[in-house]
Ligand binder design. Structure first.
Ligand code: FAD
Length: 325
């Protein structure tokens, strides 16, 4: 039976939510077209991941386990993916759009002579390949693209689909893999993490985003407190990353991270298109801004017009009360 395959991204031993979203979409397509939906785990340790993955419905789970996959390195990952394609022969290989899949997509497409559709927000199978919708130009334009090939690679923006639990008794198959030192032209010496153990912005369920309206230490304290009460991640507009107030890794937008949380709260952010390009996929958007004409209100589900320094303290107090009850 012809297979559509989802590559499962793992971070710190946990499956990325965005991969489960892509897998759920592939399950749906497979069911509709009488195909098999399979998942591929490439990791230094696969057992916990496989158990978790069975809850999300792949008929087959292929694994490649090797210590070299502890951290992302292009050369071994490329080798593992090329081998998986040779072994499984999928007609579509879908990834969530992550730093790692962006890094590997072009090389893998060239290596396998496959068509690639990058950073799509919707995708479908066709008789001759796949078609997709791609947001371009800071999401101002949605382009419609089609790839005609026996193998299509696709990377999918997080938040484009919903991860649906569907426990099954998946079959597991381990693909034998070996790598020699000679294959490793680059060695990873050290990972320097700017965000430390803070919540990963691109995977967070709740994001509290600060903009230029957050002017001082007092404002930043309010942002920290709100994020902590909600158990959310902190993000920022470019106005605050460029000025060095927040780390560049926290920037949301066209030249920053693309996020898709369940809840986004933008505070003192005007809603420039380059910022919106990174957060428009959020499920519920809340904006706090003193300017009633700020463009962010055009896309917000809920808006509070007011000075953030006056709005946030009672807002945080109320949230604390709700959480206590
Ligand atoms: C090529 C390019 C790429 C870019 N990429 C990005 C990107 O990835 N991400 C990004 O964010 N931007 C990006 N930008 C910049 C973008 O155009 C905007 O300049 C930026 O998003 C503005 O940030 P801001 O909303 O925080 O600031 P502003 O636009 O200055 O808005 C500040 C808002 O705070 C409100 N405010 C002020 N004081 C208070 C208060 N006390 N209480 C409540 N509200 C208050 C104001 O009413 C205003 O609406 C890019 C620009 C270019 C040209």
């Amino acid at each position: 039976m012809s297979t559509i395959l989802t590559y499962i991204s793992i971070n710190d031993g946990k499956i990325k939510r965005s991969s489960l979203e892509v897998l759920s979409r592939c399950n749906e397509l497979a069911e509709k077209q009488g195909l098999e939906s399979s998942a591929l785990v490439v990791s230094d340790s696969v057992s916990g991941v496989v158990e978790e993955l069975k809850k999300y419905g792949p008929a087959m789970i292929y694994t490649i386990e090797n210590p070299v996959f502890k951290n992302h390195l292009n050369a071994p990952l490329l080798k593992a993916l090329a081998l998986s394609i040779e072994t499984i022969k999928p007609r579509l290989l879908a990834f969530s759009s992550t730093e790692s899949s962006k890094d590997i997509l072009g090389a893998l497409a060239a290596n396998r002579g496959a068509a690639a559709l990058a950073d799509v927000s919707e995708f479908e199978l066709t008789d001759s390949g796949a078609k997709a919708k791609r947001p371009v130009m800071a999401s101002k334009v949605i382009s419609s693209v089609e790839a005609r090939d026996s193998l299509v690679l696709v990377t999918v923006r997080s938040g484009s689909y919903t991860a649906v639990e569907n426990p099954v008794n998946s079959n597991i198959e381990s693909i034998p893999f070996r790598i020699d030192d000679a294959d490793l032209k680059i060695n990873l010496k050290e990972i320097i993490s700017a965000t430390g153990d803070k919540i990963d912005l691109s995977e967070a369920e709740t994001v509290v985003a600060a903009g230029r309206g957050v002017k001082d230490e007092e404002g930043r304290k309010l942002i920290n407190e709100l994020a902590s009460v909600l158990g959310g991640a902190i993000g920022a507009s470019r106005a605050l990353t460029e000025s060095g107030v927040y780390d560049p890794s926290l920037q949301i937008g066209q030249t920053g991270k693309v996020i898709s949380p369940q809840l986004y709260i933008g505070i003192g952010i005007s809603g420039a298109i380059q910022h919106v390009a990174g957060m428009a996929n959020s499920k519920v958007i809340v904006a706090i801004n003193k300017d009633p004409d700020a463009p962010i209100f055009d896309i917000a589900d809920y808006g509070i017009v007011g000075d953030l320094y006056k709005v946030l303290p009672p807002f945080i107090d109320e949230l604390k009360k709700v959480k206590q009850n």
